[in-house]
Design a protein around this ligand. Structure first.
Ligand code: NAD
Length: 337
C-alpha cells in the first residue's frame, strides 16, 4: 500500500523503515501535519498515516475522500484528533495502535514526579557549573504519600503499580474500576475525595467532551494546598489559565506536563531561534516548580518498535481483507463516553 506519512520526524523514518524492511508498503515521509490545507498532498496515495497533533476534521476528511484514500492509520493510541462521525460518513476506516508500551508513558509520569520533587534537573546544572550547594534542593518522601490516579486503563494501571512500589497510598477514579488493581491495594473513590486527599494527582484518562478542561478553577479549589499535578495524557484536560492562577496562588505546588493545550503550534519543532508567541507557555516557563516536556512520554525504543510494527500490521490486515482488530469503532466510542 502506498502511504503518505504525515508529521514525521527522523525517528519515525528510522523505526518504520526497519519495520518495513521487506518493502511490502511504499512509505513516503512528510514533515507537514495532516489538516485540510495539507490533505491534497495525499493525492495518488492509498492511505494516510497520522499522529497526535494532526487535525482530521470533516473538511480534511472530505478532501481525503475525494482523493479515494482508503484508510487513516493513526500511529498513536488516542484518536481525539479525528472526526470519527465524518470518517464513518465517508466510509474511511480509522485504525490505531491501542497499546504500544503503557510502561513508557507511566514511567515518564514518574520521571516528572521525581524530577520536580528531587530537583535533579537543577542539581545537574549546578554541579556542571561547579556549584555544589544543596540549598533549596529539599524534596519530600514519596513513601506514605497519597497519589490520585484519574483513569486506570493501560497507562494509569501501570502508573499506579509503580507508585505502589514507592509505598504510596493510591486513590483512583475511573468509570470502569479495575478489579486487579483493587487487589493490589488501590482504592477507587469519587473525584471529590481524590482531589481532597491526594498529594500527587496524575491524569491518565482520554480527552473527551466530558474530560475537556476537567482541571479547572473549581476542581483545583478542591485539591490539597501544594498539590503536585502531572499530565501525560492530553493537554486539553487542563485549563491552562486556571493552572497558572493555581500556581500563582501557591495552591498548586508543582506542575509536570508532557502535553499542552496548544502544543500543535510548538511541540516537535526546534523553535530555539524564534520568538515564541504563546503567552501561556511563556508564563509557565517562568515558574521554578513547573516542568514541561514536549510530548516525549511515548519515546522508548520498545514503544517506537511496537508503534511501527502494529501500524504496518493494521495496513496488512486491511489489504488482506482480514478483521480490523484495531479499528476505532464509532458506536463503541459513543457508547463509552
Ligand atoms: P485506556 O483506554 O487503556 O485507558 C483510559 C481509561 O480512562 C479507561 O479505563 C477509561 O475507562 C478511563 N476514562 C474514560 N473517561 C474517563 C473519565 N471521564 N474519568 C476518568 N476515567 C475515564 O488508555 P491508555 O492507553 O491508558 O491511554 C490513556 C491516555 O494517555 C490516552 O487517551 C492518551 O490521551 C494518552 N497518551 C499519551 C501519550 C504521551 O506520549 N504523552 C502516549 C499515549 C497515550
Amino acid at each position: 500500500m502506498k502511504v503518505a506519512m504525515f508529521s514525521t520526524l527522523p525517528h519515525d523514518r528510522e523505526y518504520f523503515d526497519a519495520a518495513n524492511r521487506n518493502g511490502r508498503h511504499e512509505l513516503v515521509y512528510f514533515e507537514h501535519s495532516l489538516k485540510k490545507e495539507t490533505a491534497p498532498i495525499a493525492r495518488g496515495f492509498d492511505g494516510v498515516c497520522a499522529f497526535v497533533n494532526d487535525r482530521i476534521d470533516r473538511a480534511c476528511m472530505e478532501i481525503l475522500h475525494s482523493l479515494h484514500i482508503k484508510v487513516i492509520a493513526l500511529r498513536c493510541a488516542g484518536f481525539n484528533q479525528v472526526d470519527l462521525q465524518a470518517a464513518h460518513d465517508y466510509g474511511i476506516p480509522v485504525l490505531r495502535v491501542p497499546a504500544y508500551s503503557p510502561h513508557a508513558i507511566a514511567e515518564h509520569a514518574v520521571a516528572l514526579i521525581l524530577t520536580l520533587n528531587r530537583k535533579t534537573h537543577k542539581a545537574y546544572n549546578r554541579v556542571r557549573e561547579g556549584n555544589f550547594s544543596a540549598v533549596r534542593l529539599t524534596g519530600f518522601d514519596l513513601y506514605g504519600k497519597t497519589t490520585g490516579v484519574i483513569g486506570t486503563g493501560k497507562i494509569g494501571s501501570a502508573f499506579a503499580q509503580i507508585m505502589l512500589g514507592f509505598g504510596c497510598k493510591i486513590l483512583a477514579y475511573d468509570k470502569y474500576p479495575n478489579k486487579a488493581l483493587e487487589h493490589h491495594g488501590v482504592k477507587y473513590t469519587d473525584l471529590d475525595e481524590l482531589y481532597a486527599q491526594s498529594d500527587i494527582i496524575s491524569l491518565h484518562c482520554p480527552l473527551t467532551p466530558e474530560t475537556h478542561k476537567m482541571i479547572n478553577q473549581e476542581s483545583i479549589a478542591r485539591m490539597k494546598d501544594g498539590v503536585m499535578l502531572i499530565n501525560t495524557s492530553r493537554g486539553k484536560l487542563i485549563s491552562t489559565s486556571s493552572v497558572i492562577r493555581g500556581l500563582r496562588e501557591r495552591k498548586i505546588g508543582y506542575l509536570g506536563i508532557d502535553v499542552y493545550a496548544q502544543e500543535e503550534r510548538l511541540f516537535f519543532r526546534d523553535l530555539s531561534e524564534m520568538l515564541i508567541e504563546d503567552e501561556a507557555i511563556n508564563t509557565l516557563m517562568t515558574f521554578p516548580n513547573v516542568l514541561v516536556t514536549a510530548h516525549q512520554a511515548f519515546m522508548t525504543r520498545e514503544a517506537l518498535e511496537e508503534i511501527a510494527g502494529t501500524t504496518l500490521q493494521n495496513l496488512d490486515d486491511l489489504e488482506a481483507g482480514r478483521k480490523l482488530v484495531n479499528e476505532v469503532q464509532l458506536d463503541v466510542v459513543q457508547g463509552k463516553q
